[in-house]
Design a protein around this ligand. Structure first.
Ligand SMILES: *Cc1c(COP(=O)(O)O)cnc(C)c1O
Length: 341
């Protein structure tokens, strides 16, 4: 297969149309067989449920070229399962998990020419999503839905290595207790846009959201979970019903325990104890781990001992091990790597 003529190492994180996408429609209580199509346009009613009441959920994962030249994805079964949970919470029909994985495989295969080569730092980002497609004006779930998967090649998240970022404690809330913070719904992002634009205007890279009920516990940022490293080398991650269960974070917990022999604690993390940690990072599919160097709480600075120049040493080990597994340099736990071709 001939690769497209793309300057892989200078790609940013932006949409680039690729050749094929997967589409399946839900109508009269059933999903159709689904097809790959070259048509990148979606045609729906002006009154479609998604346009009126934001009934939409999505996922994000990546395809990689491994060291030995295979195209693989990382734990797509967990994305499938998470989308099942997201759909249920928004009263949407479930797209079966096995069909989700099959749709991802078909779409990546059809766009194999866009999967960046090993060593370029770039990857093929995969975006499965689903939305209410028929007219809805009285407030109720749609009757018809569309499930789609498209892909787009994206560059390394950090060009020239990951520099620690500065984040602020945010005065807006991301998710209410018993709300929708634990599902991957577009609506969670719509309401975070004002907070992130404001953070950027104030010179911060990201928002740290606290729990909405007591504002004493660490939740997550707009699109990544927190990991903390204690001075005695434990991995601590916040536990809450209103954070999104990041697949990267869950994988890092496993890597810490099983590959690096670390103790792992998933528990409530009070903001008060944050200055005690040695290292801090944000984890998600896009960057794997973004190191956090500084947290600013209304003018009061928490500076981690790992500093503003490089990832902390433990964070770096976690990062190297997980990316090593994804790129095929380190043996993966059973079932983590789905080989596409
Ligand atoms: C997608 C997402 C994450 C990261 O999840 P991964 O599965 O690791 O990509 C974290 N927080 C939120 C709010 C998200 O939407």
């Amino acid at each position: 297969m001939e690769k497209k003529n793309i300057d892989w190492s200078n790609l940013g994180f932006a949409y680039m149309k690729t050749d094929y996408r997967y589409v399946s429609n839900f109508k009269d209580g059933a999903w159709d067989d689904g097809i790959l199509t070259q048509d990148d346009m979606v045609t729906i009613s002006e009154c479609a449920g998604v346009l009126q009441y934001s009934q939409s959920v999505f996922e994000g994962l990546k395809a990689y070229t491994t060291e030995d030249g295979r195209i693989v994805t990382f734990r797509p079964d967990l994305n499938a399962e998470r989308m099942v949970n997201s759909a249920k919470r928004l009263e949407m029909p479930v797209f079966p998990a096995d069909r989700f994985v099959d749709a991802v495989v078909q779409t990546v295969k059809a766009n194999a020419a866009y999967v960046p080569p090993y060593g370029s730092g770039a990857t093929l980002y995969i975006r499965p999503y689903m939305f209410g497609s028929n007219p809805v004006i009285g407030v109720k779930p749609a009757d018809e839905y569309q499930f789609r998967v498209f892909t787009t090649p994206v560059g390394p998240y950090f060009k020239g290595g990951a520099k620690p970022i500065t984040i602020r404690v945010c005065d807006f809330d991301r998710a209410a207790p018993h709300g929708t913070g634990h599902i991957k719904a577009g609506l969670n992002y719509a309401m975070s846009l004002h907070a992130i634009v404001d953070a950027h205007n104030q010179g911060f890279d990201e928002n740290m959201y606290l729990d909405a009920a007591t504002r004493t516990k660490v939740e997550e940022t707009g699109g990544a979970n927190f990991i903390f490293i204690t001075k005695d080398n434990k991995l601590v991650t916040p536990k809450s019903n209103s954070i999104l269960p990041s697949i990267t974070r869950r994988s890092l917990e496993y890597v810490a325990e099983k590959y690096l022999g670390m103790e792992v604690e998933e528990r409530e993390v009070f903001f008060e104890e944050v200055p005690e940690f040695a290292e801090c990072g944000l984890c998600g599919t896009a960057a794997v781990i973004s190191p956090v160097g500084k947290i600013v709480d209304h003018g009061k600075e928490i500076c981690f001992p790992s500093g503003m120049e490089a990832m902390g040493p433990v964070t770096q080990k976690l990062y190297d091990t997980l990316t090593g597994i994804q790129m095929g340099r380190i043996e993966a736990p059973e079932g983590w790597i789905k080989v596409i071709e």
